[in-house]
Design a protein around this ligand. Structure first.
Ligand code: NAD
Length: 493
């Protein structure tokens, strides 16, 4: 019997108002029912926001270092349960165990990191223009934060939003992706066990339209932090605009690895395989384009294709598996449709190209790691986000052309260059208009203590992680204290 999970509202686990639930199945084996979850709607969102709203004054009043102690204990709980939580995550969304362990570890790192921010949250003091006057700036929380999260980093991304929100004194309503509610249930349980007061974190599971939409539009939600597709991000932005809510968006990517003719090809091939097919290509930072100098183009393509064909596709719980399934039927259909588009556009298929649907793959959403070579930059496979195991390789004649192609897409999340030449590395580092850049490493693998996010259609100017995350979840207050005992007039000459 699969476990039935409720919403978490005001410190209680409760059914959806409708009493309906939805199934969460393992994408590597759809006969494996991971659990059933509350199929919630606007009434549940209303209750969750009310609980968060009510809990806000008490949570805000708790000294930040004390809030940090609770987060620290939650990190300890996550650490203790890491293996079990990673297994749950692989079962619910398919990526291989090494990667789900990494996902849980990121949540642990972020929770420790933000626990430490309980003793920092530094403001400024500056000298006044006037005598006997003191001035400083302090952060203040905003209120209720509505968090809407995707399925590809089911615990890391919710933690990137939740922990900075909490340490600053905000309360939270989180809506997990419908494919990955269990990982958020596990995260919330760790906070509950750590002693988080009732109502400070609330979780409502269900669809984007019935839970996400009412949450982002709710008048008592002052911050909306969203990670997901650019199309939905645009709707979030529009919903936040009338009330001028804090609106933080992390969206799609079409990231590029640039391989120069002086690169170490063994490293570049290995990096392109990991960047392109790690997490089945379902990372916002996935290297779905590889731009290669003509001097090494043929050799690179040959070695890259051979590497892709050798990858083991299967159930992420098995140790030999290197590439798991697509997360659901619709994502698999998207991959198949882009493979068709690539063929029709005249790109050269050099590896993969097919769904895997027999034997050990019969009950999952598996697709071969697929490479299109000889792409032009504006082909749809080389230009649009696919979010699956499909990589396009584009030949170029120079570093300048590589940079121009790299920058030619609508997204700006991550880019990388493989070169031994420090001048080329620094030129690319300066010229690529992205939020993340790597030298001699693939486009994936961000760490929690540097800002994370992208330019253009990837983001709206904010950053996740690091101290930059504090900006999204707080407002600055500048404070002036006049101890002169008389009226001193500022800005009057
Ligand atoms: P998605 O946009 O379909 O869904 C994201 C979340 O929004 C889910 O919780 C979903 O239920 C909710 N949602 C969907 N429609 C909604 C609506 N109308 N109103 C309110 N909420 C709604 O994205 P996804 O398929 O879960 O994730 C894949 C996308 O996320 C890719 O585009 C990927 O690049 C992006 N992503 C970006 C980052 C980043 O940091 N830049 C990280 C991970 C994923």
């Amino acid at each position: 019997m699969a476990t039935r999970h409720g919403n978490y509202i005001g410190g209680e686990w409760t059914e959806a108002a409708s009493s309906r639930s939805f199934d969460n199945r393992n994408p590597a084996d759809t006969s494996d029912l991971v659990g059933t979850f509350a199929d919630s709607g606007p009434d549940d969102v209303e209750r969750a926001v009310a609980a968060a709203h009510e809990a806000f004054p008490r949570w805000k009043a708790l000294p930040a270092p004390k809030r940090g102690e609770i987060l620290f204990r939650a990190a300890e709980v996550l650490l203790k349960r890491k293996e079990e939580l990673a297994r749950d995550m692989t079962r619910e969304m398919g990526k291989v165990l090494d990667e789900t362990r990494g996902d849980v570890q990121e949540a642990i790192d972020m929770t420790y990191y933000m626990a430490g921010e309980g003793r920092r949250q530094f403001g400024q003091t500056t000298p006044s223009e006037m005598p006997d006057k003191f001035q400083m700036s302090v952060r203040q929380p905003v209120g209720v934060a509505g968090l809407i999260t995707p399925w590809n980093f089911p615990m890391a991304i919710p933690s990137w939003k939740m922990m900075p929100a909490l340490i600053l004194g905000n309360t939270v309503v989180v809506k997990p992706a419908t494919d990955t509610p269990l990982s958020v249930v596990n995260l919330v349980k760790a906070l509950e066990e750590a002693g988080l007061p009732k109502g400070v974190v609330n979780m409502v599971t269900g669809s984007g339209s019935r839970v996400g939409t009412p949450l982002m539009s709710h008048k008592d939600v002052g911050i909306v932090s969203f990670t997901g597709s650019t199309d939905v991000g645009r709707k979030v932005s529009e919903a936040c605009a009338p009330q001028f809510k804090h609106c933080h968006l992390e969206m799609g990517g079409k990231n590029v690895i640039m391989v120069m003719d002086d690169a170490r090809l063994d490293l570049a091939v290995e990096g392109a395989l990991w960047g392109g097919f790690g997490t089945t290509g379902q990372r916002c930072t996935a290297a779905s384009r590889v731009v290669v100098h003509e001097g090494v183009y043929r050799e690179f393509v040959e070695r890259f294709a051979a590497g892709a064909k050798a990858l083991q596709v299967g159930n992420g719980l098995e140790t030999k598996t290197q590439v798991g399934p697509c997360v659901n039927a619709s994502q698999l259909e998207t991959v198949e449709s882009y493979v068709k588009i690539g063929r029709e556009e005249g790109a050269k298929l050099v590896a993969g190209g097919n769904r895997l649907a027999s034997g050990a793959h019969a009950r999952g959403y598996f697709h071969e790691p697929t490479i299109f070579a000889d792409c032009s930059p504006k082909m749809r496979v080389a230009y649009e986000e696919i979010f699956g195991p499909v990589v396009s390789v584009i030949p170029v004649k120079s570093l300048e052309e590589a940079i121009a192609v790299g920058n030619s897409v609508d997204y700006g999340l991550s880019a990388s260059i493989y070169t031994q030449d420090v001048n080329k590395a620094f030129t690319a580092m300066r010229e690529m208009y992205t939020g993340i850049f790597y030298v001699n490493a693939p486009t994936i693998g961000a760490e929690t203590h540097l800002p994370f996010g992208g330019t253009k259609n990837t983001g709206n100017g904010h950053r996740e992680a690091c101290v930059q995350a504090l900006e999204v979840f707080s407002e600055w207050k500048s404070i002036y204290i006049d101890f002169s005992g008389k009226l001193q007039r500022a800005q009057i000459d």
